[in-house]
Design a protein around this ligand. Sequence first.
Ligand code: ATP
Ligand code: FE2
Length: 342
Amino acid sequence: MPDSRHILGIEGTAWNLSAAVFGDDQVIALHSSPYRPPSGGIHPREAAQHHAGEMKAVISEVLTDPSAIKAVAFSQGPGLGPPCLRTVATAARAIAVSLGGVPPLIGGVNHCVAHVEIGRWACGCDDPIVLYASGANTQVLGYLGSRYRIFGETLDIGMGNGLDKFARSKGGMTHPGGPQIEALAREGGTPISLPYTVKGGMDLAFSGGVVSAAQEAQASLEDVCAGLQETAFSMCVEVTERALAHSGKDEVLLVGGVGANGRLQEMLRTMCAERGATFYVPERRFIGDNGAMIAYTGALMLAAGQTLPPLAESAVNPGYRSDEVMVAGGIAVPMRPMPWLM
Ligand code: ATP
Ligand code: FE2
């Protein structure tokens, strides 16, 4: 019999304050209030102020039946410094307490692992190599021995932050730059060539390409955008393909905000077709930061009895890495929710 009680999940590690209710294997409600800086990039304190101001409206939109909530989940990290994380954690604690009784507080939702889990759920894939490409993070992950192992990752900036930085350098483009670069690149004729940096076969670095692209003065903006995309995406596809070959897995899952990019999706789909692997990308609302990923991962953790007993243990963790999280049960077993440990 399905469990009809629900999990409230709150996400606000960076640009998007978003809440969702998950239950009965469905996203019952999802509502977001994105923070858009008037100029420049995202300032953590200003984003936190935005989240605090919007919290009541966002939560009220999804929390239509508080009596149905059996647990409250929030993303503990990684994130844009303590201000954003604390704002969300404080709201989650307050809601858990105010719901009376002891609806468990599920802290410890790792933002990166939540991107992966909602992607697996939304796409119905089991044991993928994951390209997690977002603003602050770029990692190639795969499940191995109770953890999502990081096979390769950026050694400097996340790919999305690199795209946003380039966009800011050109003026006229507001944050986030990724979608505008994609639109311009589509108009581009000849992508310019830029530094291609894959280190040790598995790790990536984006800042050299971003700086060169920003300094390019001859080529059209469209050609520079196309060059930036082709170079950065080819690097990611190369590392993803190598992880696929080494791990023997046959699925690729793309998650994280940059995953919305049609060209990146096309390049991964082509690589997968050539290797006989299946490519998956979730629907748009589950690609970038969203509350559903926190509510759903909270549901997995609750099913594994992984709650935070005292509120005191719900401290935020800005440097929380995906491979610190123990998961068990084997995602190779096509079974959800995956039993979580820890
Ligand atoms: P994380 O904490 O996981 O790093 P995040 O805070 O960066 O997450 P996401 O929503 O995962 O948030 O990713 C946002 C990034 O995605 C931004 O850098 C943005 O420019 C980029 N992005 C969004 N859409 C596109 C697109 N169509 N093409 C390229 N990049 C995109
Ligand atoms: Fe994210």
